[in-house]
Design a protein around this ligand. Structure first.
Ligand SMILES: Nc1ncnc2c1ncn2[C@@H]1O[C@H](COP(=O)(O)OP(=O)(O)OP(=O)(O)O)[C@@H](O)[C@H]1O
Ligand SMILES: [Mg+2]
Length: 378
C-alpha cells in the first residue's frame, strides 16, 4: 500500500512538473487518470491534497510559486482540481447510492411492516380456520354416527319387511288350507248329500229329514268357518261395537276351540281411545292369546284393561310354561313376527310393550298406550 502510494506520489510529481512546464497536450486527462488511480488505491481527497502539497514543495526550487503573475500556482491548482475530479465524482456517486439505499431501506421498512401485518392477519385466519375445522370434524362425526344409525335402521326395516312378506304368505297359506280343508270339504259333503237326495226318492220321509238335517249342519259349519275367517281378518264388531265386545267375541271363540279358560275385565273408558289405538290393543290381545294357545300349554289366561294416570294398560297373563323373552326377541334369533309385530304396533301409537316370563309364573304381556281423558274418540 505504501509503495503504491509512493509510486503514485512520484507519478503525480512528474505529471505536475510536465503540466507546469507546459509540454504535454492533455494535462487534464493525466490529472484525472492520477485521480482515478488514487481512487482505485483507496485514497481519499486528503491523501491527494498531501500528495499535491509534497509535489509543490518538491517543485518549489524549479518554479516560483510565490509570484502570482506567472500563474504557476494557478496552473498547479487547475491540475489539482482535475486530479480531484474522479474522487469528487465517486463521492457524488456514493452519496447518490446512499440516497437510493436510504430510499430502498425506507421501501423495505414499509414492505416489512405490510408483511408483518399480513402475517398477523394470516395467523388470525389460520386460527379461525383451525377452529372451523374442529367444528367441521365434529359435524362430520355427528353425521357419520347418524348415517350409521340410519343404515342400521334400514337393515332392520328390510328384515321387518321380509318378515311381513313371509308372514303374509304364511297367513294366505293358512287361509287357503283352511278354506280347502273346512269349507270345500263341507261343500263337497253337501253336494254328495244332495246327489243322494235326488236319487233316493223311494226312501221314507224320516230318512229324508235326517239327511236334510245332516246337510244343514254341514252348511252351518261352513258358514261358521267363513265367519271365523272374516272375523279374524278384521272383526266388524270392533268397528261397530268397540274393543271390549270384539275381545269378548274373540275370547269366547278361542276358549271354545282351545279348551282354555279366559277371563276378561276391562275399564270401559278404553272405548274413548282413537280407532287406531283400539285396533292396536285388539291385535296385541289377539296375538298374545294365540301365542298362549299355541305355545304356553296354559289352563287359564286373564286379560285386564285398566286406567293409569296418563295411559291405558292392557295385561294378558297366562299360567303356562315360560320362555326366554330377551333371547327370543334378539333380531338374529327371531324369525317370527308375532312379538316383534306387537311391539311395532304399540310403538306406532306412542305406547310401550313389556313381556315378562318366568318359570312357575307363566307369561305376562303388558301394553300401555298414552291416554288423556280429553282425547276424543276418532
Ligand atoms: N305366552 C307364551 N308362552 C310360552 N311361550 C311363548 C309365549 N308367547 C311367545 N312364546 C314363545 O316366543 C316365540 C315367539 O313368539 P312369536 O309370536 O313372535 O312367534 P310365533 O308365535 O312362533 O309365530 P307367529 O309369527 O306366527 O306369531 C314363540 O315361538 C314361543 O316359543
Ligand atoms: Mg305368535
Amino acid at each position: 500500500m505504501k509503495t503504491a502510494r509512493t509510486r503514485l506520489s512520484a507519478r503525480y510529481l512528474t505529471a505536475l512538473r510536465t503540466h507546469l512546464g507546459g509540454k504535454a497536450a492533455n494535462h487534464a486527462n493525466r490529472a484525472q487518470s492520477l485521480g482515478r488511480s488514487a481512487l482505485a488505491g483507496g485514497l481519499v481527497t486528503l491523501d491527494l491534497a498531501i500528495m499535491h502539497e509534497q509535489a509543490v514543495v518538491a517543485l518549489a526550487s524549479s518554479y516560483d510559486f510565490a509570484h502570482a503573475r506567472n500563474g504557476v500556482l494557478k496552473r498547479a491548482g487547475v491540475f489539482f482540481t482535475q486530479a480531484l475530479l474522479p474522487l469528487e465524482e465517486a463521492q457524488q456517486a456514493t452519496r447518490e447510492t446512499n440516497r437510493q439505499l436510504q430510499q430502498h431501506n425506507e421501501t423495505l421498512r414499509r414492505h416489512t411492516a405490510a408483511l408483518a401485518s399480513g402475517n398477523r392477519r394470516l395467523e388470525r385466519e389460520i386460527a379461525r380456520r383451525k377452529a372451523g375445522e374442529v367444528t367441521i370434524l365434529q359435524g362430520r362425526e355427528h353425521y357419520q354416527a347418524l348415517f350409521r344409525e340410519s343404515q342400521i335402521m334400514q337393515k332392520k326395516l328390510r328384515l321387518l319387511t321380509r318378515q311381513i312378506i313371509s308372514a303374509q304368505e304364511e297367513e294366505r297359506k293358512e287361509i287357503s288350507r283352511e278354506l280347502h280343508d273346512e269349507v270345500v270339504q263341507t261343500l263337497v259333503g253337501i253336494n254328495v248329500e244332495l246327489a243322494a237326495l235326488t236319487k233316493g226318492t223311494s226312501a221314507g220321509l224320516h230318512k229324508l229329514r235326517a239327511k236334510i238335517a245332516r246337510t244343514q249342519r254341514l252348511v252351518a259349519n261352513s258358514v261358521n268357518a267363513v265367519h271365523r275367517f272374516a272375523r279374524e281378518l278384521r272383526p266388524a264388531v270392533l268397528d261397530d261395537l268397540g274393543l271390549i265386545p270384539a275381545l269378548h267375541v274373540f275370547c269366547k271363540g278361542l276358549a271354545a276351540r282351545k279348551k282354555l279358560k279366559i277371563q276378561l275385565t276391562a275399564f270401559r273408558g278404553v272405548e274413548a281411545l282413537g280407532g287406531a289405538e283400539r285396533t292396536v290393543f285388539f291385535r296385541v290381545a289377539q296375538e298374545a292369546l294365540n301365542n298362549v294357545a299355541r305355545h304356553a300349554r296354559a289352563s287359564t289366561v286373564t286379560i285386564s284393561i285398566s286406567r293409569m294416570p296418563a295411559a291405558v294398560r292392557m295385561e294378558i297373563a297366562d299360567n303356562g310354561k315360560s320362555f326366554m323373552v330377551g333371547q327370543t326377541l334378539l333380531p338374529k334369533n327371531n324369525k317370527r313376527l308375532g312379538l316383534v309385530g306387537m311391539r311395532e304396533r304399540i310403538e306406532m301409537v306412542g305406547g310401550r310393550l313389556t313381556i315378562k316370563s318366568a318359570p312357575g309364573h307363566g307369561t305376562t304381556v303388558c301394553a300401555e298406550i298414552p291416554f288423556t281423558p280429553e282425547k276424543t274418540k276418532k
